[in-house]
Write a protein that binds this ligand. Structure first.
Ligand SMILES: *Cc1c(COP(=O)(O)O)cnc(C)c1O
Length: 415
């Protein structure tokens, strides 16, 4: 069973104060989860989570995570700028970009962020547009398919990211000649994994690769970055990952592979996005229309502009009709937004309790890759973001867009 992190009474108060739709975040849940992650990896002295800013690019959220010991993982100029303005500096910022424009490398160097190179040709590019830092990381792509026991998890061979194994050796040799003193290895091989085996399996591959690279090139490997990919159960039938089991699995691989190779000082980094935030966000919306044609439709005041995952990937997001948690799910609805796109549906053929006009719906697990993927199709405006604080009060942490925001880039240009 998926339960909202707010009660109906709480949410009635909140929707009386802020018009729907909006994204609501649970500070308590965010902090507890971040603390558990730290605890799960506390066996590693240098452990650090660099939160993937793209998942939830909100300054208040970033500052909460910073208080919990996290840095940021950026892949664009504005993500770097946001991190800087939120107080992150130097070692607290990872720059894991790809197809990187010159000015973004320059900005990352200015902040002294740790640069994670996506390609061997980026060595010369970085040298030309900025300089080569003393510490650098390279993103590894082993190619082929990535499996856990017999399950194929993903297809790294089709992914645009990273260096091949021979390129890793060549890149490390070249970077060493250019004066790099500390090296990192990064890899992201599967997304939204709901298994405790993903990180340990990935860790073992990266640890073995690190030992080989050290032997081949003689470089000092300072950190290994397991990146993102630890997922959450969007559907109610799945069990959530256990971060303590995951941390312990990585520790075992570390003891087995790195420690005997004299590499027991390697720091473990992560760049989790979804795992850090997704369950701690709800998209709150109200039913404004019901339509009985070839199917039964409930029209809500949110649309794919507020949450694109169902339209883009056919992703499942659980829905709770507030106040009807225990009512029988004896109706079958398509829950739709207002875009002129037939894929603007938050749910298709979903069994739900009878929905009445004005009912508040909570769409679950929207805290990561939710608001962030928003766009302005049909001239629809992005919603506000509200924080439910630990003391039960609320704070607006981003206002909703206005028509003036939408028109701002047109003013003076024929408009
Ligand atoms: C998207 C991304 C992440 C975060 O991924 P999640 O699936 O949200 O954990 C981390 N690192 C990089 C380089 C990414 O592109």
């Amino acid at each position: 069973m998926k339960k909202p992190f707010v009660t109906k009474e709480q949410l009635d108060e909140i929707t009386a104060k802020y018009p729907t739709p909006f994204h609501l975040y649970d500070e308590k849940g965010i902090r507890e989860n971040a603390r558990n992650l730290r605890k799960a990896f506390s066996w590693n002295k240098g452990f650090k989570e660099y939160f993937a800013v793209k998942a939830t690019p909100n300054p208040t959220i970033l500052k909460i995570l910073r208080e919990e010991g996290c840095g940021t993982d950026c892949s664009s100029l504005t993500e770097l700028m946001m991190s800087e303005r939120c107080g992150f500096s130097g070692e607290e910022i990872m720059f894991s970009s790809n197809d990187t424009p010159a000015e973004e490398f320059q900005y990352a160097r200015k902040l002294n962020a740790t640069i994670n190179l996506d390609d061997i040709t980026h060595i010369d590019f970085l040298k030309e547009v900025a300089d080569i830092p003393k510490k650098i990381s390279c993103r590894y792509n082993p190619g082929g398919t990535f499996s856990i026991s017999t399950d194929i998890m993903d297809n790294p061979g089709d992914a645009k990211y990273g260096l091949t194994r021979p390129q890793m050796t060549e890149a490390f040799k070249k970077l060493k000649e250019l004066g790099v003193e500390e090296f990192g290895i990064h890899s992201f091989l599967a997304s939204n994994t709901v298994t405790n085996e993903y990180y340990p399996t990935l860790a073992k591959i990266l640890f073995q690769t690190a030992v080989e690279l050290k032997e081949e090139t003689g470089v000092h490997i300072g950190f290994i970055n397991l990146s993102g990919g630890v997922g959450i159960p969007y559907t109610p039938d799945k069990e959530p990952n256990d971060i303590f089991v995951i941390g312990e699995g990585v520790r075992k691989a570390y003891e087995e592979v790195l420690v005997p190779a004299g590499m027991g000082d390697v720091k473990i980094f992560t760049e989790l996005g979804r795992f850090m935030l997704a369950p701690y966000g709800h998209l709150v919306t109200k039913a404004i229309h019901e339509k009985h044609t070839h199917k039964e439709y409930i029209g809500v005041d949110a649309c794919a502009v507020n949450l694109m995952r169902p339209a883009m990937y056919g992703a499942y997001h659980h829905i709770t009709v507030m106040g009807k948690e225990d009512a029988p799910c004896d109706h079958v609805y398509d829950v739709t937004g207002s875009l002129c796109e037939n894929n603007d549906k938050f749910a298709i053929d979903r069994k739900l309790p009878k929905i009445d006009m004005g009912d508040t719906l909570v769409i679950h697990d929207t805290g990561a890759h939710g608001f962030a993927m928003g766009y302005n199709y049909n001239g629809k405006l992005k919603s506000a973001e509200i924080l439910l604080k630990e003391d039960g009060t609320t704070q607006m942490i981003r206002r909703a867009e206005t028509p003036e925001d939408y028109f701002a880039t047109l003013e003076g240009y024929g408009f």
